[in-house]
Each structure stands twice: as structure tokens, then as C-alpha cells.
Design a binder for this molecule. Structure first.
Ligand SMILES: [Fe+2]
Length: 272
């Protein structure tokens, strides 16, 4: 049997697989950007000063661990956090693309080329933005599914990205409306059912919309997630999102960052 692990290196292969159900590594021709990030220490120190940064403790696989505990970390630096457990999330990288900001040049060098690549290959979308995440050593995320197709860019450190070899067995299409609290790692799942990618530095992984996953960070990591809602190729949504749109009776992304849609990108010529 061939390995379920898959690396996609050409646009033709990406167009064949963007709406399948198993995650894959995305590389080479499909990544039209690169970026020189400041040190992780600088990133953490900045994020801890930013109002919209949120934090979780990063130790609870089962609960979803959703309470924002950022106030515990305010006024601290990365050095102060040694030996502590934390995961920080910043919702919109473009805000920190400002003179003197830690992500200056990100829109021009990363987000715009990615959106242009999608447009050039007949994709449209209702929302597409980038968020940043720093995970402390020996932390994990809860088991969950996202209402987005996510391009996960592991910039620094190493992570274990877990999903299933047959996601639809564990999360059939009828369960797309489940709330986060109802999403629990099935006890009966065995090692053979789990598909784990060890994602190294500067590697990217495509995580399909509404597939169960959970991620371990054995060491300090920093990364960017590109979130896509309403992604469609030649006008066609992936099967699960089509179902979500049908259930909603329209576009559920309509009020969810419409300024980041492909239509806005085409009109304004920029992601900001
Ligand atoms: Fe996720």
C-alpha cells in the first residue's frame, strides 16, 4: 500500500488535490513567497504588547482549551516564560506590517503573491487572511475541525500535525454543524487510523476544511496560518463547504472579513 503521506510540488497536482480530504505538504511551484522573519524572541515580545493577541495554556487535548488567558503573560518577555506553558495567537498579520513593525513587507512579499497565485489558477474566495501563532515547548492543541481550508506554514521549530487517514469516517458530512465542545478525539481511534506529519522548519501543510486534527509542539515554534473561507476553483466549492453553504442557505462568510475576499483583492490590488 502506498504511504498516505503526500507532498505536492506542482500546481497541476495542487489543483487535483486541494479539495480532497487528506492533508499534504505543499512545496516548490505552489509556494510563490518567502519572508525573512525577526527572531522568535522579538515576535513574542511584540505580541505580548499587542491588544488583540490571545493565549491558551496549550496543555488540554480534550477540552479545546478555549479560555483566553493572555493577561497572565502581559508584561513578560520570552525569557521570563522559560519553563512555562503557553500558546499565543495573533489574528491578523497585516496589522503588524507597518513601519517598524515585526511583519513589515508581509503583504507585499507573502500575502499578495499567494492571493495572486490563487487568482491566476482560477480560484476565488470569500475570505483569506493570515494569523500568527507561537507555541511554547511541549504544548498541544485540542482536537478540532476548522471551517476553513488552512495553509499551515511552520516557520520555526518542529511540530507534529495529526489527522486521520480516513477523516470522513470520524467526521462525516452530517456532523459539519457540530460545535467545538462536541468535537472530541474518538477513543476507539488506533495508531493506524492516525496520519501524522512531522512538519519541519519552513514547511507548509494544507489542512482541509472540516477535517479533525490536533497539533503537538515539542519545542518552541512560530508559524503563520492562512485561513480560506468560501474557496472555490472555477466556481466550485469543496464538497464539505458546499454542504455548509447549503445548510446556511447562502454565504456564511458574508460578514466574516469581506475586505479579504478575492473580489476585494481584484478591486484594490492589495490584501490590506
Ligand atoms: Fe486548526
Amino acid at each position: 500500500m502506498s504511504s498516505p503521506h503526500h507532498t505536492i510540488r506542482t500546481t497541476a497536482d495542487f489543483l487535483q488535490n486541494w479539495d480532497s480530504r487528506n492533508n499534504f505538504i505543499l512545496a516548490d511551484e505552489c509556494i510563490p513567497f518567502s519572508f525573512s522573519f525577526p527572531s522568535t524572541e522579538e515576535i513574542v515580545n511584540c505580541l505580548l504588547e499587542e491588544k488583540s493577541t490571545t493565549a491558551i495554556i496549550g496543555q488540554m487535548r480534550e477540552t479545546g482549551d478555549r479560555e483566553n488567558i493572555i493577561e497572565r503573560y502581559r508584561g513578560k518577555t520570552l525569557r521570563d516564560l522559560e519553563g512555562q506553558s503557553f500558546q499565543f495567537r495573533y489574528p491578523d498579520v497585516t496589522v503588524l506590517d507597518r513601519p517598524g513593525g515585526i511583519f513589515v513587507g508581509f503583504v507585499e512579499q507573502v500575502l499578495d503573491p499567494w492571493k495572486q497565485y490563487l487568482l491566476d489558477n482560477d480560484f476565488e474566495w470569500d475570505r483569506c487572511y493570515a494569523l500568527a501563532r507561537v507555541s511554547g515547548p511541549n504544548t498541544c492543541t485540542g482536537y478540532h475541525m476548522d471551517r476553513s481550508n488552512v495553509l499551515f506554514w511552520n516557520v520555526r521549530g518542529r511540530k507534529h500535525f495529526h489527522g486521520f487517514t480516513d477523516p470522513d469516517r470520524w467526521a462525516p458530512i452530517e456532523r459539519v454543524s457540530e460545535k467545538r465542545a462536541e468535537q472530541i478525539l474518538p477513543e476507539e481511534a488506533s495508531e493506524d487510523d492516525i496520519l501524522t506529519y512531522d512538519v519541519g522548519e519552513d514547511q507548509l501543510l494544507w489542512n482541509h476544511l472540516l477535517t479533525p486534527h490536533w497539533v503537538d509542539a515539542p519545542e518552541l515554534t512560530f508559524g503563520i496560518n492562512f485561513s480560506h473561507g468560501g474557496l472555490r476553483h472555477k466556481g466550485r466549492l469543496c464538497r464539505y463547504e458546499e454542504h455548509v453553504y447549503e445548510l446556511a442557505g447562502g454565504n456564511p462568510n458574508e460578514k466574516w472579513h469581506p475586505e479579504t475576499s478575492s473580489r476585494a483583492f481584484e478591486t484594490n490590488g492589495s490584501a490590506s
